[in-house]
Design a protein around this ligand. Structure first.
Ligand SMILES: C[S@@+](CC[C@H](N)C(=O)[O-])C[C@H]1O[C@@H](n2cnc3c(N)ncnc32)[C@H](O)[C@@H]1O
Length: 305
């Protein structure tokens, strides 16, 4: 039985990196009229309340989206311009909060559904019984029934049957909770299989940077996979750092469910070409807003075969 619930973590620094990047990918892909198939292999509940129990228990959004919003408001008062990807991400969160408060946080399915055009399709996999039920209910309320499917089965297994998409255009977000050690090899196996079925798709994998051997090797193996299959890749990491009293030796967190996780990454295969520059402009700004005093950093590395 899975115990991970994304509602505890919604809007944290990892979501900021993931959702800012995912949004930039979908904006780019949406510039061409051809239909897109968007797949979220690990969808979560859809959208989250930041002012209610689960999110307040952890308070992770305080040091994530809420801190970023406050920094953006301060920058606006001083007449500063924000990087385009940051503005777009904050405006998207704002779109779900028309009263100007940040009470609602859009998870990846909600960002994706916001950008759906009539010709596009969205496939959402979720196995947690409660979150799958919440997701189905929220999707039903959207009234976009024919465009969005909620699939209550493993996204690792289900992705195969969806590739290649009929229009040969599509993007896949793979965002496991890494609650199971087997998630690490499953990401690599699923991605390799998907790339064989649909080599030109855009793939985005989120991963934690934590003190587990499997996590250390995943980022490296993802790069090696792209290189071996001769696909362009891009890897972006954001490390928000530590408080001085937390000690410089504990740069990455140990333990279940990444409690205290300070860093994470997005690995992209076949990224849109402007994305590296967009992230190189956005991440320094994000880091200035979210950083703790010790050891904060960002990186963007890429390779084209
Ligand atoms: C990190 S959360 C997803 C968050 C979401 N992508 C977002 O950005 O808003 C991971 C989700 O994957 C679900 N999950 C775990 N294993 C799964 C699997 N094999 N297939 C589909 N969903 C899975 C968990 O229940 C959890 O809701």
């Amino acid at each position: 039985m899975f115990s991970y619930r994304h509602a505890f973590h919604a809007g944290n620094h990892a979501d900021v990196l993931k959702h800012l990047t995912w949004l930039a990918i979908l904006r780019y892909l949406g510039q061409k009229d051809t239909a897109l198939q968007i797949v979220d292999t690990h969808a979560g509940a859809g959208q989250y309340r930041l002012d209610q129990d689960l999110a307040r228990t952890s308070g992770e959004s305080d040091a994530g989206i809420l801190r970023l919003r406050a920094a953006a408001e301060a920058a606006a008062r001083q007449g500063q311009h924000l990087p385009e990807a940051v503005t777009d991400y904050l405006d998207t969160v704002g779109h779900f909060n028309p009263d100007g408060q940040a009470r609602v946080y859009p998870g990846s399915p909600w960002i994706s559904q916001m950008l759906l055009r009539p010709q596009d399709k969205l496939k959402l996999f979720e196995v947690h019984p409660t979150d799958a039920r919440l997701l189905s209910k929220q999707v039903e309320e959207l009234g976009k029934g024919r465009q969005i499917d909620v699939l209550r089965r493993s996204g690792f297994e289900g992705l195969k049957g969806l590739l290649p998409p009929p229009s040969r255009r599509g993007a896949v977000l793979m965002d496991p909770s890494y609650e199971l050690k087997t998630d690490y090899p499953a990401v690599l196996e699923t991605l390799e299989d998907a790339l064989k079925r649909f080599p030109t798709g855009t793939y985005a994998v989120w991963y934690p940077v934590i003190g587990r051997p499997e996590a250390h090797t995943l980022a490296r193996k993802l790069k090696a996979l792209g290189t071996r299959l001769q696909r362009p890749w891009l890897q972006a990491e954001l490390n928000v750092g530590l408080q001085p009293e937390e000690g410089t030796s504990a740069k990455v967190a140990q333990g279940q469910h990444h409690a205290g996780m300070r860093a994470s990454g997005m690995h992209l295969i076949n990224p849109p070409f402007p994305l590296a520059d967009q992230l190189r402009q956005a991440l320094p700004w994000v880091l200035t807003a979210l950083r703790e005093p010790v050891g904060a950093s960002w990186t963007v590395t890429e390779q084209s075969p």
